[in-house]
Design a protein around this ligand. Structure first.
Ligand code: 8IG
Length: 302
């Protein structure tokens, strides 16, 4: 076979693999195409994860944000802990307060929970596929529920640092999407009202609010916080919305919960500090960990 024929054959194979369209640049393959590089990478990570852990599937996945790091310990018995770098497509974040591992836990009822301690933030500049990778990997590993947690700024002065708030909806202010191509996905009831009900059965006093995702990494100006408030936001942060979109697109039911670690800029007279964020998280940890464990237990109850 001539070199030219071999090359043509390789190219033909590749086009067959990634669909009829957009063969010139696989990165442009729509995210609803299973052969999009982002989906293939997530499949690869899920396969690696399940093989390493020696299980067939994950039931529920949970991404832990600022202040939520201790919550994993209460969710079940640790089956395996894997460094982010050892799984295709994952990176350790390098943000203090964020761990760089994925854990698999087994609940007393025998369900498997994937705890993603290695979240990639949009502000890291790795692109939206990296941001959605944890969620897509969870979906590829079989997870039906995606629990997204974060630390955030609060616009409601009544929510003292350390207050957990259910996310009822979001406003995506990143100017981008975690999806690409003609991938039109309904975002009605994105943050499952059923799961919010479940959480309120455990703590009837849990407030809820609309989360606005800013691109970061800087915090907002007071004027931007006022803008977010005018638009209908109660919480401001740098994560979650893009992941929730990817989770919904992957068919998962989404539960979102924020820990208000600081009042958003201009809401209190004090300037914001990352130390304040970490302190509020540390102090609230036992309470919010117990809350999350109870919610997840109930979600997984047969
Ligand atoms: I923790 O006040 C935390 N993350 N955008 N604003 C934004 N992100 C945050 C904040 C905040 N606090």
């Amino acid at each position: 076979m001539s070199d030219a024929t071999a090359q043509t054959q390789t190219r033909t194979q590749t086009s067959a693999q990634i669909g009829e369209h957009l063969v010139a640049n696989p990165e442009l393959t729509p995210t609803n195409d299973p052969t999009a590089p982002a989906n293939l990478l997530a499949e690869d990570a899920a396969r690696t994860l399940l093989r390493e852990v020696g299980i067939d599937s994950i039931d529920l996945a949970c991404t832990l944000g600022s202040g939520w790091g201790d919550a994993a310990a209460q969710l079940g018995e640790l089956v395996a802990e894997i460094d982010a770098e050892d799984l295709p497509g994952f990176h350790s974040s390098g943000v203090s307060g964020h761990s760089g591992t994925l854990k698999v836990l087994r609940t007393s009822a025998g369900a498997h929970i994937l705890v993603i301690g290695a979240r990639t933030h949009y502000y890291e500049g790795r692109g939206v596929d990296a941001v959605a990778h944890g969620v897509r990997t969870a979906a590829a590993a079989g997870a039906k529920t995606m629990v997204l947690t974060n630390g955030c700024g609060g616009l409601n002065a009544d929510w003292a640092p350390g207050t957990p708030v259910l996310i009822s909806d979001h406003i995506n202010l990143t100017g981008t999407s975690s999806l690409r191509g003609a991938h039109f996905v309904d975002m009605t009831d994105l943050y499952s009202s059923r799961l919010r009900e479940t959480a309120r059965e455990i703590d009837p006093d849990l407030p809820e609010g609309v989360y606005a995702q800013f691109p970061g990494p800087h915090y907002e100006t007071p004027a931007e916080v006022r803008m977010a408030g005018t638009l209908g936001a109660d919480l401001v942060g740098m994560s979650t919305a893009l992941e929730a979109i990817a989770a919904r697109a992957a068919g998962m039911e989404v539960f979102g919960i924020s820990l208000v670690t600081n009042l958003a800029a201009g809401i209190s007279a004090e300037p914001l500090s990352h130390k304040e964020v970490l302190d509020a998280g540390r102090e609230a940890a036992p309470r919010i960990s117990a809350l999350l464990a109870k919610v997840i237990d109930r979600v997984l109850a047969p």
